[in-house]
Write a protein that binds this ligand. Structure first.
Ligand SMILES: [Zn+2]
Length: 175
């Protein structure tokens, strides 16, 4: 077993996701902020009397959460932590769950930056304002704070830091 990996602070994770515009470094696919899927599933299940849905699963299994199995956003160590890669911004990249799983702990040298999935290319350009559905997370979390996990609450704080919440409840950036 290698060195155990200290958790990456959520603020740092968010700055990496934003820097990378919520797109996988390796395959260029747009990624999804996973906690939003749990909140969406909660809402939809309520509306459907609890009928099961495959929007969210804690382990992002294909059976339980196919979208996250493919496109769940993770922070990837470019140089693996176990081989000395740091938790620093330039060693961290946004990745989709598939690329992260395939790269696993192979060092960058060994992996050689090989692209494990063919990178996609936009015929009409790259996403301009994709946010991994994190904006939906903020809205749903603020609307119904009961039942948020401790992790959700921390995320909400991180997302809304520096944002001013208006009396009507929506947040917007302040200069
Ligand atoms: Zn990818």
């Amino acid at each position: 077993m290698g060195k155990s990996r200290p958790p990456i602070p959520k603020e740092l994770q968010l700055s990496i996701f934003r820097r990378d515009r919520w797109v996988c470094r390796w395959c260029n696919r747009p990624v999804i902020f996973a906690p939003v899927m749990r909140l969406i599933e909660r809402d939809v299940r309520l509306a459907r009397n609890g009928a099961p849905l495959s929007y969210y699963h804690a382990h992002w299994t294909r059976a339980g959460a196919p979208l996250l199995d493919e496109l769940g956003a993770v922070i990837d160590h470019v140089e693996a932590y176990s081989t000395g890669g740091a938790n620093s911004e330039d060693n961290l990249a946004t990745a989709c769950n598939k690329c992260n799983g395939r790269k696993s702990s192979a060092s960058l040298k060994k992996w050689g930056g090989r692209v494990m999935r063919k990178p996609i290319k936009g015929k009409y350009g790259e996403p301009q304002h994709w946010d991994g559905l994190s904006g939906v997370f903020v809205i749903l979390a603020q609307r119904d704070p009961v039942g948020l996990t401790a992790s959700d609450r921390t995320w909400l704080k991180v997302f809304t830091k520096g944002l001013k919440v208006h009396s009507r409840g929506h947040a917007c950036g302040v200069q």
